[in-house]
Ligand binder design. Structure first.
Ligand code: FAD
Ligand code: DLZ
Ligand code: SF4
Length: 514
């Protein structure tokens, strides 16, 4: 029986469920570079280059392992432009008896695949993506037992199930979560580890030219492309992380520093999400570092929680909430994102740093995403769908199943608190505590009103005042609401005027300022 096995751009793993049990002699692996996928949002050009180059390298590795790979390039003159169009052409070329495919990572593509059986009159075996620890059924079973879908409880269930960082029935170190220890600010440090750099080989160079030609209107720079594009190089980056950065990963997880793009983060998310690295394997390696006494528990637990907890949980929420999750807008926010999200040109140094780095590298670390660009977008009342599209565009690791719940849910409170008990908002004080940004900014983080006041300050209080009807009863916001209530009417009015002037200026196309 001849089998056609379409392998999508985020399925670049040898242990893919669709390849399981297939005999290479009776199978054709189909890989497709298609316009639909490269343009469904205006992806950062480095993101497109990363995915296409990783796909081409993976195809070569599959051939080397004995698979017959039919690879359709973006510049093939007959390219049909979509997965469905290319599967139709491949059926004409290979006359398969059936299609076997690993389930897609998002609703849009899942709907396409669901239509294939009827469209092509062939049996289509859609297999679960076994690269995740929790299946859809596992998540549903867990969710069915809970009143609130709190990540922490899901994470503990995953720890118990996998045995990761468990001493029998107890969590290692007698605590499940060391987050409180992971909030240290960082100082500039010449000995800070740097991720490895992988200069483009001939395949990547060809892809870079293709992307430069075809995607001139997409955001982001192609300069200094140095992502790993093979499983072997991604594994080298993982080795470097475990050897040099993991021990301090926990301490500085929330820190931000001017000019320091990576700090002690792993920079492995693009490789995990496209399939070059296995997430559970990384968690086990982190645990081995702890057990061998080479990395402290606050770092290792923090790292494992991000992958086994947050990553798995986000996926569970994405599929549970359905294709209309993207339309939720609990706070009724409609402001467009300011133009400087595509240029980085603003006097607000924290935003200039986070956005500038994003446009240059297609990466920013978690606190930059959550507490700088996300926080600002939420405080100004940006449309959560527009914010979601920006994050999906600009990050090399962005696929909807993980990006959407992080952005619309965690960062923008668009779902009204399904996965966060309060909105992630802060005034400038938080950014000042966790970074050196404010010291280099033209604004004064200590001021709330006046021409030099940090815009985050007035916006923060204005946000709370504006949303009192929806958030006033939130227990976790009781303290800031009490603080606001204690201010004089004049002070409140001045704060709100300051915010209004700032927002008017923003709406008029100003980058910031009053
Ligand atoms: P590290 O800090 O080294 O963390 C280790 C690993 O944990 C990461 O490689 C990643 O696989 C996982 N992880 C950490 N936090 C999360 C999280 N919140 N959700 C899921 N996995 C997590 N991550 C993505 O992979 N794709 C996205 O599109 C994405 N969009 C985001 C949007 C917003 C608004 C926010 C606040 C966060 C988003 N994240 C996303 C989560 C996180 O910012 C990135 O996973 C992280 O910055 C990747 O860099 P790293 O590999 O150095 O991570
Ligand atoms: C993100 C992306 C891009 C930019 N290009 C391709 C492509 O040309 N071919 C491909 O197979 N996949 C690509 N991808 C990743 C897909 O969008 C991703 O695999 C689907 O969203 C799965 O749900
Ligand atoms: Fe950002 Fe305000 Fe600090 Fe400037 S002062 S870096 S705008 S938080």
């Amino acid at each position: 029986m001849k089998t056609l096995i379409p392998v999508l751009g985020d399925q670049l793993s040898f242990d893919l469920s669709s390849l399981d049990g297939a005999a290479p002699a009776d199978a054709v692996v189909l890989m497709m570079e298609v316009a639909d996928e490269t343009t469904y949002v205006r992806h950062h050009r480095k993101k497109i280059a990363y995915i296409l180059s990783a796909m081409r390298h993976h195809a070569a590795a599959l051939v080397q392992a004995g698979w017959h790979v039919d690879y359709v390039r973006l510049d093939d003159p007959d390219n049909a432009g979509s997965f469905t169009g290319e599967v139709a052409r491949a059926i004409a070329r290979h006359a398969p008896d059936r299609i076997v495919v690993t389930e897609a990572g998002e609703w849009r593509v899942a709907a396409m695949i669901d239509a294939w059986e009827t469209l092509f009159g062939l049996p289509v075996d859609i297999r679960a993506d076994t690269r995740f620890v929790a299946s859809h059924a596992d998540f549903e079973t867990w969710a069915a037992t809970r009143k609130e879908l709190t990540m922490e409880w899901f994470y503990r269930a995953m720890r118990a199930r996998t045995g990761l960082l468990m001493d029998g029935a107890k969590p290692a170190g007698d605590r499940w979560n060391f987050d409180k220890e992971n909030r240290k600010p960082a100082k500039a440090d010449l000995l800070m580890p740097r991720p490895l750099s992988f200069p483009p080989d001939a395949i990547t160079q060809e892809v870079l030219s293709l992307v430069a030609d075809r995607f001139a209107v997409h955001p982001g720079s192609l300069d200094d492309f140095d992502y790993a594009v093979t499983a072997a190089d991604a594994a080298r980056q993982a080795d470097a992380f475990f050897a040099h950065a993991l021990p301090q990963f926990g301490d500085y997880e929330d820190a931000m520093l001017t000019g320091e793009r990576f700090l002690w983060h792993s920079i492995l998310s693009p490789y995990i999400n496209s399939g070059l690295l296995d997430p559970l394997d990384l968690c086990r390696r982190a645990e081995a570092e702890y057990r061998a006494g080479r990395a402290p528990l606050n770092s290792v637990e923090g790292y494992v929680r991000q992958i086994l907890g947050w990553r798995e949980y986000m996926r569970g929420i994405y599929w549970r909430e359905g294709p209309t999750y993207v339309d939720r807008n609990f706070l009724d926010h409609h402001r467009p994102l300011p133009a400087f999200y595509w240029t980085g040109e603003t006097d607000m140094h924290c935003l200039a740093e986070a956005i500038g780095q994003t446009l240059a590298t297609a990466h920013a670390h978690h606190i930059q995403r959550l507490m700088v660009t996300g926080n600002f977008a939420l405080l100004i009342g940006a449309d959560p769908k527009a914010v979601h599209e920006w994050y999906l565009e600009v990050y090399v690791d962005a696929y909807e199943w993980v990006e959407l719940p992080n952005t619309l849910g965690m960062s923008q409170f668009g779902d009204g608190g399904l996965l966060g008990s309060k909105p992630y908002i802060s005034s400038g004080a938080y950014i000042d505590r966790m970074s050196d940004y404010c010291r280099r900014c033209r604004y004064d983080v200590k001021q709330r009103t006046g021409p030099d006041a940090c815009p985050f300050n007035a916006l923060y209080w204005d946000f709370l005042a504006r949303h009192r009807d929806k958030l006033g009863e939130n227990r976790r916001l009781a303290m800031p609401y009490r603080t606001w209530a204690k201010q004089s009417k004049e002070a409140q009015a001045a704060t709100r005027r300051q915010a209004a002037t700032f927002l008017d200026h923003l709406d008029a196309g100003g980058d910031a300022g009053y």
